[in-house]
Write a protein that binds this ligand. Structure first.
Ligand code: IPM
Ligand code: MG
Length: 357
């Protein structure tokens, strides 16, 4: 029997509620497909800060490193915003990404037919959307040095550095090419090379790597235009390749095309070693503990984990099919309420999904 060790980081806010459902889904699938899965829960994010004064304790990182895959819900709460930056839950997340060398963040944006009416954009604009954002995740302005604040002058100053080297751009471009080759061989690289030197290097390097792949169609777009085009005509995109900060912004934008950020999963990968699979959404402290959260992005992240991280393709597909079945029967969480559906709580929709598996 195949055996997997998965580290589950439920984190903060709605994290425990949506994690519970994914755990149940994994247990059911392990029986159905006869694999053994050990789900090891670890402290991470604000809850780890509360217990260990560290949002990403070494013990947690060690467990993650020795796992087959990491399933992460979400971290953060307003109450941690006044902590020194290195103690905040978000810094823990960046530390995890860096510790596991997760340079490639994959965020698929797919329209589910039964949710065509949940988007704030017109149905005709979004019905053919099927794109992937490939975001560089452990460099750029998120990690660039120097960074800091100067407070000993009359006027306070703060600064960050947006920096990439060619190796970092090459390896993320190669991931985008691999994904594009399994799709329609079309990449749009997004930068701000009309203003930023770092973006010029990005553009030149992407062009260089892509030119070695003759049947690839590569276009470039400035990030401001890309934001506009994603709203105007999102189906023009297939693979969007971009840097850390631009990918953060564009993936939230692209998520809303689907109707709710509660629908979007992601995978963060290195060239070897375990990946981290997590929803794109945050910890939603306003609805935490109220059984209102949408567990679908977490369930879809679990599906990505099974497919990419554990090679359990059939089990992964089962989750996708179960979710589509539940949605097409008109069941929704309140974030997807269009006034004409059956609104369920987080745990109720979780049960429906589990029943369909
Ligand atoms: C994301 C999140 C994180 C990021 C935050 C929580 C640090 O917004 O995964 O998109 O900015 O990368
Ligand atoms: Mg984000």
């Amino acid at each position: 029997m195949k055996k997997y060790k998965v580290v589950l980081l439920s984190g903060d806010g709605i994290g425990p509620e949506i994690s519970e459902i994914s755990s149940e889904i994994l247990k059911k699938l392990s029986h159905k497909y006869s694999f053994d899965i050990e789900i090891k829960e670890e402290y991470f994010g604000g809850i780890a800060y509360e217990k260990y004064k560290d949002p990403a304790p070494k013990a947690t990182l060690d467990q993650c490193k020795s796992s087959d895959a990491v399933l992460l819900a979400c971290v953060g709460d307003l109450k941690y915003d006044s902590l020194p930056r290195e103690l905040r839950p978000e810094s823990g997340l960046l530390k995890l990404r860096s510790a596991l060398n997760l340079f490639a963040n994959i965020r698929p944006v797919k329209i589910r037919k039964s949710l065509l009416d949940a988007s704030s954009l017109k149905k005709e604009i979004i019905e053919d959307v099927d794109l992937v954002v490939v975001r560089e995740l452990i460099s750029g302005i998120y990690f660039g040095q120097p960074r800091g604040q100067i407070t000993n002058t009359k006027v306070k100053k703060a600064f960050n550095t947006m920096v990439y080297d060619t190796k970092e751009i090459e390896r993320i471009t190669e991931v985008a090419i691999k994904i594009a080759n399994q799709r329609s061989k079309k990449i749009c690289s997004v930068d701000k090379s009309n203003v930023l030197e770092v973006s010029q290097l990005w553009r030149d390097t992407v062009l260089d790597v892509a030119s070695k792949n003759k049947d690839l169609s590569l276009s470039n777009m400035y990030v401001d235009n890309a934001a506009m085009q994603l709203v105007k005509d999102p189906s023009q995109f297939d693979v969007i390749l971009t840097s850390n900060l631009f990918g953060d912004i564009l993936s939230d934008l692209a998520a809303m095309i689907t109707g709710s950020i509660g629908m979007l999963p992601s995978a963060s990968l290195s060239n070897s070693g375990p990946g981290v699979f997590e929803p794109v959404h945050g910890s939603a402290p306003d609805i935490a503990g109220k059984n209102l959260a949408n567990p679908i992005a977490m369930a879809l992240s679990t599906s990505m984990m099974l497919k990419i991280g554990l090679n359990e393709e059939k089990a992964a597909d089962d989750i996708e099919i179960a979710i589509d079945n539940v949605l097409s029967k008109g069941y929704r969480t309140s974030d997807l309420d269009n006034g004409d559906c059956n609104v369920l709580s987080c745990s109720e929709i979780g049960e429906k999904i589990i029943q369909e598996i």
